[in-house]
Design a protein around this ligand. Structure first.
Ligand code: UT7
Length: 328
């Protein structure tokens, strides 16, 4: 059983930070950021909570889908920057959009979140007491946990949200979800609590570098190496299950972290870069919102057409990775 993406929507905040704006915080420049990452500018949430961005994207997706909020049976939100530890962002959005008949929960698979969320939606839709429609919302206010004193990470990230309304269908679908928890300490942000006193003296906790409370830490080189392997692997493991190859794919929609990572993955797959949708130049890395933002932009620009085969491939903290092959 597959899924049909009935409608998508997205929302990005108005405030834009260009590369040179970072000179105010750290020793950097436009040329370094462009050539090392491909990023030119990104959006910043400012006053807007992550749930608000998610709600706005969700309402746009519902309108595109022609589905009423009360017809939604389940809301899955993906985020690494929830405004509350509890309640879930999904519950807040459920109330805000009036989806009174929906169950709601959050899912954290970091930047692989949308891939995990969409695959989870499909599994609910395949169940005996399946909801008619599932709403998947990915919303990230990464600026809330970026350390604006750390030039290697703060220049990478941006804020935004995207959402999809899905229903069951007999279209092709295949997925692979993976995780390598041994990579936890190369990309992490601690909880808001001053955790030092309550950390376990354990092999797991002792291995983490020190970082200001709740700020994002990244060992860029190690994540880079992981990513260039994870993207092709996620594709091959998902596509291989249904005997598909890169030649069957119309559009690759990868996690938007660094254009060099995507170019290396494309080379490994033997796929042309023209088949990859790129939005990181104007949105930066929006964590779990990056794949649905790119997909929705592809749809809105008329690049992604009904009947085409798509490969959504992601990686992120965890370290997680995953791929979905589906027909739009
Ligand atoms: O969704 C989360 C997933 N995250 C990622 O996918 C990130 C993966 N990693 C990367 O994209 C890259 O490793 C980075 C973009 C983070 C860094 O690029 P790099 O080519 O690996 O640079 P580097 O760490 O080797 O740094 C090269 C130089 C260093 O200076 P020295 O030691 O050669 O003098 C850095 O200090 O560039 C310096 N540098 C900067 N210079 C100007 C690091 N950040 C900056 C900066 N501006 N923002």
């Amino acid at each position: 059983m597959g899924i049909n993406i009935l409608g998508m929507g997205s929302y990005v905040p108005e405030q834009t930070l260009c590369n040179d704006d970072f000179k105010k915080f750290v020793d950097t420049n436009d040329e370094w950021i462009r050539t090392r990452t491909g990023i030119v500018e990104r959006r910043m949430a400012g006053w807007e909570p992550a749930w608000y961005m998610g709600k706005t994207a969700a309402l746009a997706a519902l309108e595109k889908a022609g589905v009423k909020p009360e017809e939604i049976g389940l809301i899955i939100c993906t985020t690494v920057t929830p405004d509350f530890l509890t309640p879930s962002m999904a519950s807040i959005i459920q109330y805000e959009i009036g989806a009174e008949n929906a169950a709601a929960f959050d899912l954290n698979a970091a930047c692989s979140g949308f891939v995990y969320g969409l695959d989870t939606a499909r599994r609910f839709l395949a169940s005996d007491d399946s909801p008619k429609y599932v709403l998947v919302v990915s919303s990230e206010a990464t600026s809330r946990f970026c350390d604006f004193k750390d030039r290697q990470t703060c220049i990478l990230f941006g804020d935004g949200a995207a959402a999809a309304v899905v229903e069951k269908s007999d279209k092709i679908f295949s997925s692979f979800l993976g995780s390598d928890g041994s990579g936890a300490r190369v990309l992490f942000a601690r909880n808001l609590s001053p955790a030092k006193e309550i950390r376990l003296k354990s092999e797991f906790d002792d291995g983490f570098p020190e970082k200001d409370v709740h700020m994002l830490y990244q060992d860029g080189k190690t994540v880079y190496k992981f990513a260039t392997q994870a993207l092709p692997k996620a594709f091959e493991l998902a596509a291989g299950k249904i005997g598909m190859t890169k030649d069957d794919i119309d559009w690759f929609i990868p996690h938007q972290a660094n254009v060099r990572i995507i170019e290396t993955a494309a080379k490994k797959l033997g796929a042309h870069m023209d088949k990859f949708i790129i939005t990181l130049d104007h949105f930066g890395n929006t964590s779990s919102a990056s794949i649905p933002l790119a997909l929705n932009e592809g749809i809105e620009k008329g690049l992604v057409q009904r009947g085409q085969k798509l490969a959504l491939i992601g990686f992120g903290a965890g370290l997680t990775y995953g791929g979905i092959i589906l027909e739009y």
